[in-house]
Write a protein that binds this ligand. Structure first.
Ligand SMILES: Cc1cc2nc3c(=O)[nH]c(=O)nc-3n(C[C@H](O)[C@H](O)[C@H](O)COP(=O)(O)O)c2cc1C
Length: 180
């Protein structure tokens, strides 16, 4: 059983989350490989999939979306988990009292959940280095309404990431599927 931890990351935050998930799976005895989705041309050799990308303006990154759409028949037949990285800051709720992680679910997840029935979907807090932003992201990040919801820093919650990876390892372990 080999698991693909496939990711799309613009500035590296999601890459770090994917690497951490793969490391946690490996520590739990699950054979896992981590690759950017754009480098995976034949996913049929993988037995299970954990696919993640960052969200920008409410949308999962395009190459992860395309990967899932392109391989939907395969992914629908094998164990699948999806994750997104995005919300920034230490607040658990936004200024209207809504859960930050729920609010940050990328719009693609509704359709993927319906059509692919993943075993789990998860949003993780992300990271951003304002000084390193390029092009349009740089301009958008300076807009007054946006500036306050895009604080600079690394807010990735490694214990939540490890805990989620461990639930995947547990699900994939042969003993968890034993019917008594
Ligand atoms: C211009 C801009 C727009 C963003 N829009 C969102 C968003 O809609 N939802 C979200 O959760 N995070 C958003 N973020 C935060 C990023 O998704 C977050 O920093 C993420 O961890 C970056 O991951 P990456 O380096 O792998 O691309 C945005 C960041 C920038 C700079």
């Amino acid at each position: 059983m080999t698991v693909l931890v496939g990711y799309s990351s613009k500035y590296g935050a999601t890459e770090g989350i994917a690497e951490r998930i793969a490391a946690a799976l490996q520590s739990a005895g699950v054979d896992a490989e981590v690759h950017p989705v754009r480098d995976v041309h034949d996913p049929s050799r993988f037995d299970a999939f954990v696919i993640g990308a960052s969200a920008y303006m409410g949308s999962w990154r395009k190459d992860a979306t395309r990967f899932v759409q392109h391989h939907r028949d395969l992914l629908a037949q094998r164990p699948l988990w999806l994750f997104s990285s995005g919300p920034l800051g230490t607040e658990k709720t936004d200024d209207q009292g809504r859960d930050m992680l729920t609010q940050a679910v990328p719009k693609q997840f509704a359709e993927f959940t319906d059509s692919l029935t993943p075993r789990g979907t998860q949003v993780f807090y992300g990271a951003m280095n304002i000084a390193g932003l390029r092009g349009r992201d740089r301009l958008v990040s300076k807009m007054p309404a946006v500036e306050k919801i895009l604080p600079d820093g690394d807010f990735r919650d490694w214990s939540a990431i490890d805990a989620w990876a461990n639930t995947i390892a547990q699900d994939l372990s042969p003993s968890s599927r034993t019917v008594s």
